[in-house]
Design a protein around this ligand. Structure first.
Ligand SMILES: [Zn+2]
Length: 223
């Protein structure tokens, strides 16, 4: 089946098939990490780092979270960004995310996020990463350089093997937990770590630092 458009740029809204999805419909995995991961998703939702807004990205859902599970990972299903709370059934099991073959094998009640390949790239490059949070944040994205955040190249666009490869190469050079910006994916930010708390704290701290830069800019404009 084709992958529905998800979060972000105009190309995403056109319904372009970005990777081949082998999806088996069946029960969603029950994993012990659900309450902690979903609680952090709720935090991100309230901060509008995950969501669905008529004024952003043509009204498409944006943002998705995942957690390692067995030899794969569980990830929020496609088009769930606008939901304040996801049930376990809104998470899908990605059994394989093969960047070279541009192919994702998944099982669940709903198909996985269209950005599954990017999450898979992080897990491949960072063996100790347990959680990946993909958010859309204009403030962090805009201030990436002043925040000293690593960036993937602008040419690596959303949902493509090129982006997944760029993410994997970049993450291989980064610590066990980090925040990075995807320059070719407008507002796209990735945070990952050894736990939901580690990734979530990093992301929220980075957001506060970006907001501080906004305030500095406003003060400079006033004087
Ligand atoms: Zn995105």
């Amino acid at each position: 089946m084709s992958v529905k458009p998800c979060e972000g740029s105009p190309a995403e809204r056109e319904g372009v098939v970005k990777y081949r999805l082998d999806f088996r419909s069946g029960p969603a995995p029950r994993w012990a990490g659900y309450p902690r991961l979903e609680s952090w998703r709720r935090v991100l939702f309230h901060l509008r780092l995950v969501g669905k807004d008529p004024g952003r990205y043509g009204g498409s859902s944006y943002g998705n979270l995942s957690q390692r599970f067995g030899s794969g990972f569980v990830i929020s299903a496609t088009q769930t960004g606008g939901m304040a709370l996801l049930a376990p059934d809104h998470y899908c099991l990605v059994e394989r995310a093969d960047i070279e073959a541009n192919r994702v094998v998944a099982r669940g009640v709903h198909p996985p996020s269209s950005e599954s390949l990017t999450h898979g790239a992080v897990y491949q490059a960072a063996p100790r990463a347990q959680v990946v949070m993909h958010s859309h944040c204009p403030d962090i994205w805009r201030h990436a350089e002043r925040l000293g955040l690593p960036k993937t190249p602008p040419a690596a666009a959303y949902g493509t093997p090129a982006l997944a490869t760029a993410v994997r190469r970049l993450v291989e050079t980064l610590p066990v937990a980090a925040v990075l910006v995807m320059a070719g994916h407008p507002d796209g930010v990735l945070a990952y770590g050894a736990s939901p708390e580690q990734a979530g704290r990093l992301l929220v701290t980075t957001l506060a630092r970006a907001w501080a830069l906004n305030l500095v800019n406003e003060q400079e404009e006033e004087t």
